[in-house]
Design a protein around this ligand. Structure first.
Ligand SMILES: Cc1cc2nc3c(=O)[nH]c(=O)nc-3n(C[C@H](O)[C@H](O)[C@H](O)COP(=O)(O)O)c2cc1C
Length: 156
């Protein structure tokens, strides 16, 4: 099982024609209503947010260590401004209802069951300062809590 919070992952959502991915770190794997679930936290400013909002499924993909450098692009650049897949050279792969990448070695395909904004007071100022762009601090809204039922867990 992925070491959530220690290893970086790409969260992806969208359709085969149009999708987006970004780096995440915070999260958890656990259980809710007797369902295995992936828990993540997504800021509404992210382009990926729009794809999670408008699609039923998302995936979380982990990569072998040699792919760590992709997060310099996926964690700092927006799909609104550039082709992150072209820049990193990873290869999209469509499995069931999810978009992942051929290079990923652990994948969670999740059906969205909850996606709601958390209270602003819940985000400590020092954390906001450390983990967000300066523009987020001024204009930022608090993260949304995302819970997805894990429909498929692939290790390869
Ligand atoms: C190490 C790391 C962890 C991150 N974790 C999260 C996260 O958990 N939630 C989030 O909303 N953004 C997180 N980000 C920020 C997004 O990955 C970043 O803003 C990205 O450029 C958004 O891309 P997009 O606009 O194409 O969606 C993280 C960035 C890094 C570098």
């Amino acid at each position: 099982m992925a070491n959530v919070g220690k290893e970086l992952a790409l969260i992806s959502a969208g359709t085969q024609e149009k999708f987006n991915s970004m780096t995440i770190m915070f999260g958890a794997i656990g259980m809710i209503w007797s369902k295995n679930a992936y828990f993540a936290f997504i800021k509404p400013e992210r382009y990926t947010f729009d794809f999670i909002q408008s699609n039923e499924y998302f995936t979380v993909s982990y990569f072998p260590k040699e792919f760590n450098k992709i997060h310099k692009v996926f964690g700092f650049k927006s799909g609104r401004d550039m082709d992150k897949i072209g820049a990193t050279g990873i290869t999209p792969e469509f499995i069931d209802n999810g978009i992942t990448f051929q290079e990923a070695n652990e994948i969670y395909i999740c059906k969205k069951i909850y996606f709601k904004q958390m209270d602003k007071e819940f985000e400590p100022a020092d954390v906001v300062a450390k983990y967000n762009d300066p523009k987020d601090i001024i204009f930022g809204e608090s993260h949304y809590a995302l819970i997805g039922e894990i429909e498929k867990h692939i290790v390869r």
